[in-house]
Design a protein around this ligand. Structure first.
Ligand code: NAD
Length: 335
């Protein structure tokens, strides 16, 4: 069977990871990536054998730097079955007309609004909604992390209401422009934060409200969850349920911080030390006065990567069963 042709528009933090994950799948391949500047990431893409595309006005800059250019972004989209748009938040929406013109399916990331695609995606929560769709948005790292635990809790015990505090990393490790570097910033100050409504773009009926602060760290986000469930259950029942989730990993054994989780990612030999799964402290899972509490850490640079692979499979109808797609993606990535 012919492989699905995938292009990456925006080869940055998310784009380069999606490209590597797609290349590990047997049913899809990368036909090109786009870069706007001839920097070290562009050179790495060339060394990995990817065809490099660039906006028409940047072609001469690339060629002057010795980068061979295969065409402009429209050429790339026209050659692909699916474009995974990983341009910075708010930039991707400008590309919709181009994807419509070339008749190419497109996936945007969490930095774009739900309305742009009309379908916000998380594999375990609503895979079927994306079947055959032309446009899909893979929700943000925080929303992905929340959907992965709230969906199984809701399906098994019923979520009466979820209240979550998100402690967000200030910037990605390679980012030298953002902060804070010595402050805690309520962000946004106006409550509740937008993360709850974002979860509802995937699980509309859920009663979920969130607050968020930014912290001077680059490694991971950390969530404190407090959930009222419809059915009575024990902490052990919740642990058993999470144990069955392939994209939830328990952490313990001396791991008491996000720093140690990132070290584990490196020790596991993961590419870039990535931690694709939600990292839940099993010891934190507690029922207190009938309510569930636990902590989870989310690796913002990588948890959405397997979800992008599943979204490609759903949109192109390579696989209609969510659990089968998740299993294939996991196996090929080594999750
Ligand atoms: P990034 O800045 O690391 O990468 C964006 C890439 O797009 C860069 O290589 C940049 O040069 C390129 N680019 C910029 N303008 C372009 C254009 N007009 N055409 C083509 N390429 C262009 O950004 P990122 O962190 O990878 O974020 C991408 C998307 O993923 C955003 O929507 C973001 O909200 C979302 N997201 C980011 C994270 C994260 O923590 N980094 C997590 C989940 C989702």
């Amino acid at each position: 069977m012919a492989k699905i042709k995938v292009a990456i528009n925006g080869y940055g933090t998310i784009g380069k990871r999606v490209a590597d994950a797609v290349m590990l799948q047997e049913d899809m391949e990368i036909i090109g990536i786009s870069k706007t500047r001839p920097n070290f990431e562009t050179q790495m893409a060339v060394e990995k054998g990817f065809d490099v595309y660039t906006p028409a006005e940047k072609v001469s800059d690339m060629e002057k730097a010795g980068i061979e250019v295969s065409g402009n972004i429209e050429d790339m989209a026209a050659n692909a079955d699916v474009v995974v748009d990983c341009t910075p938040g708010g930039v991707g929406e400008n590309n919709k007309a181009l994807y419509e013109k070339t008749g190419t399916k497109a996936i945007w990331q969490g930095g774009e609004d739900h309305e742009l695609a009309g379908c916000s995606f998380n594999a375990i929560s609503n895979y079927s909604e994306a079947l055959g769709k032309d446009f899909v948005r893979v929700v943000s790292c925080n929303t992905t992390g929340l959907c992965r635990v709230l969906t199984p809790l809701d399906r098994n015990f019923g979520v009466k209401k979820a209240r979550v505090t998100l402690m967000r990393r200030a910037a990605d490790p390679n980012d030298i422009k953002k902060g804070p570097i010595n402050a805690i910033v309520p962000n946004p100050i106006k409550l509740p934060s937008h993360h709850g409504p974002d979860v509802k773009t995937v699980i509309p009926h859920l009663d979920v409200a969130t607050t968020a602060v930014k912290l001077p760290t680059t490694l991971m986000h950390l969530h404190t969850l407090n959930i009222e469930l419809e059915k009575e259950c024990s902490a052990e029942d919740v642990k058993e349920l999470f144990e069955q989730q392939s994209r939830v990993r328990f952490v313990g054994q001396g791991i008491t911080s996000t720093a140690e989780i990132m070290e584990l990612g490196k020790d596991l030999g993961r590419p870039r030390g990535d931690m694709w799964e939600n990292c839940v402290w099993d010891e934190s899972i507690t029922m207190y006065e009938g309510e569930l509490y636990f902590f989870q850490a989310i690796h913002q640079e990588s948890d959405v990567i397997p979800e992008n692979v599943d979204a490609i499979r759903a949109m192109t109808e390579l696989e209609s069963d969510p659990l089968k797609s998740i299993a294939i993606t996991n196996k090929n990535m080594g999750i």
